[in-house]
Design a protein. Structure first.
Length: 247
């Protein structure tokens, strides 16, 4: 039997890779998309999926991804994105801000736009991987919080725009997740600084935890729409209130 198609961007690591594996286990043929060709090819071979090299900030790459996915897409997980730096507004590196907005907001929007006809045809579901940073800001993260807030606003508008069409619009909004690359990328490979983000936190969320939430939203009955799913580790009561055992 033909498996339904799921497209996952940012699939070369972290939440994206875990999501591709989870959706494959749920019976989807997963189109694994990311910039790092070798990694997505390895992942696609592992889960019997397909690999597409795609930088979501490049219009030609996004168009090629939509074409490769085909005429019916059951699930689109717009996951590509991330954070860069912890500058204050006074000292902000706006090149970093531009990258964050290009990937988290415009990249997600262009991927959705390109895949929307196929999602309509399959009565599909769009899932973005946002962040609680898009709901509540914190110091040293104005660029990232702003990008994730814009992504959140975009999804709320999209849900209203597609109200009469057979496409569900879902947001997964994680708190603290100990993924393999998020903090390393944010701190430009500084492993010591990245480790401090999770120091003393018993059982932070894993990328597999978030993948489980994405798969839940993606596999609900067609009449059920998970508008927003906020997920945090039990140790994190709010963005600013995190229990650390050594505190």
């Amino acid at each position: 039997m033909t498996r339904p198609i799921a497209v996952v961007t940012g699939a070369s690591s972290g939440i994206g890779r875990a999501t591709a594996r989870k959706l494959a286990a749920e019976g989807f043929e997963v189109v694994c998309a990311a910039r790092r060709t070798e990694r997505v090819e390895q992942l696609a071979a592992e889960i019997d999926g397909r690999a597409v090299t795609c930088d979501v900030t490049r219009a030609e790459d996004v168009a090629a991804l939509a074409e490769a996915a085909g005429e019916r897409i059951a699930v689109l997980v717009a996951n590509a994105g991330g954070a860069l730096g912890t500058d204050t507004v006074a000292d902000a590196n706006f090149d970093d801000w531009r990258i964050m907005f290009e990937t988290n907001v415009i990249g997600a929007a262009s991927t959705i736009q390109a895949c929307l006809p196929a999602l309509r045809a399959a009565h599909g579901v769009i899932v973005t991987v946002g962040s609680t940073a898009g709901l509540v800001s914190y110091e040293g993260a104005a660029g990232y919080c702003g990008a994730k807030a814009a992504e959140h606003a975009m999804m709320m508008s999209l849900r209203l725009e597609l109200w009469d069409q057979p496409v569900r619009v879902c947001e997964i909004l994680p708190g603290l997740v100990e993924s393999d690359e998020f903090s390393l990328v944010r701190f430009r490979g500084d492993t010591e600084r990245a480790a401090k983000v999770y120091a003393g936190v018993r059982n932070p969320l894993t990328q597999e935890d978030v993948a489980d939430c994405i798969a839940f939203a993606a596999t609900c009955p067609e009449h059920v729409n998970i508008d927003q799913l906020v997920v945090r580790p039990r140790a994190q009561a709010a963005a600013h209130k995190l229990y650390r055992e050594d505190a």
